[in-house]
Each structure stands twice: as structure tokens, then as C-alpha cells.
Design a protein around this ligand. Structure first.
Ligand code: SF4
Length: 175
């Protein structure tokens, strides 16, 4: 199976990219994160995620930075906390685009790392992802990014490669 791995950043994806690459899985990392502000922060995270892909020899794809559209979709929800409806909309926008890209480019499925941070509600991400999968007619793969030593691997890779590790999710500094 050839699949897309939607990634938000290097720290959340490094352990999974290394593990999947070592398993010989056929996948490409997709960076579609128009939620990240400001633009120079977006560019920094994108470059760092690309660096991780180069280390583990995995294809890296960057899509458009459509922050205007993201702002339209989340208008009026700016003051809600993380894990709120704003995050469901944000996950939905990014996953929908990932499925669209997968369909148009001959991939069989989509997976993501969007729920791997301890600040995230993994069930919320999975619910949104499966709804987008049904809409697109392609499966969503729930891959393991938290248990089975993945958090320890993440920490050791961040240290080993001195990965840039941001202090907020994307749309604004956490309160
Ligand atoms: S906190 Fe993160 S997931 Fe939630 S809306 Fe902002 S950028 Fe998106």
C-alpha cells in the first residue's frame, strides 16, 4: 500500500518517519499546514520537516500556504482553547486536502501525525480523519505515534538531530 503521511512538524513526525522508513513502507510525507503563523515560523517548521525526510530518505511534498482560507474557516473561533471546535475545523481542512492530494496522485490511503502531541486529543483527530476518509473514499490509517516507545524515540531524535521544537501548536502561542 502506498500512502501519504500528513505531518505538522519535525518533532511530531520524526519517530514515525524513521520507523516506517526502516520497515520499508511505501509512503511520502505531506506538509500542508496553512494554520501555522507567522509565515517565517511556517517556513522554519517546513524546512525542518524536510530535513528529517532527507535524513531518512523519504519523499517530502509541500503544498500551498493558504492561511487566508484557514482564517476564513476559523473566523470567530479565535479565542476558543486548543482541542475545541476550531481544532476540528483545522484538522478537517488539512486532512481533506491530504485526501484530495492522495486521490489525485495515485496513493491508496492517508495517515497523519496530527494527534501525536500530548496536547492533542487523539480521538478528536481520528474522528475528523475518518469522516474525511469516508468523504474521499480512501482509508485513513491509524498509525501508532504515542505508545510502544514512540515518545522515547521522538525525544531521542529531537536531541540527536537538534530538531527545532516549537512552543505552540500553530495558529497562535498557547495561553
Ligand atoms: S491550536 Fe493547532 S490544531 Fe488547533 S486550530 Fe490552532 S493550529 Fe489548528
Amino acid at each position: 500500500m502506498r500512502f501519504i503521511l500528513l505531518s505538522c512538524c519535525a518533532p511530531c513526525s520524526c519517530a514515525v518517519i524513521k520507523t516506517l522508513a526502516e520497515q520499508g513502507q511505501d509512503f511520502a510525507v505531506l506538509f500542508y499546514n496553512p494554520n501555522i503563523r507567522p509565515k517565517d515560523e511556517y517556513q522554519k517548521r517546513c524546512a525542518e520537516n524536510q530535513r528529517v525526510c532527507e535524513i531518512f530518505k523519504v519523499p517530502f511534498i509541500e503544498l500551498e500556504y493558504d492561511n487566508e482560507h484557514w482564517c476564513e474557516l476559523t473566523k470567530g473561533l479565535e479565542d476558543l482553547p486548543e482541542r475545541s471546535k476550531r481544532c476540528s475545523i483545522c484538522f478537517g481542512m488539512r486532512l481533506r486536502r491530504a485526501f484530495e492530494y492522495a486521490r489525485n496522485n495515485g496513493y491508496d490511503a492517508v495517515a497523519s501525525v496530527l494527534g501525536f502531541s500530548r496536547y492533542k486529543d487523539l480521538d478528536q483527530v481520528n474522528r475528523v480523519a475518518h469522516a474525511e476518509a469516508e468523504r474521499a473514499g480512501l482509508p485513513y490509517l491509524e498509525i501508532e505515534g504515542r505508545k510502544g516507545g514512540m515518545q522515547e524515540l521522538r525525544s531521542s531524535l529531537i536531541k540527536e538531530f537538534a530538531l527545532y521544537n516549537q512552543t505552540y501548536c500553530g495558529c497562535k502561542p498557547s495561553k
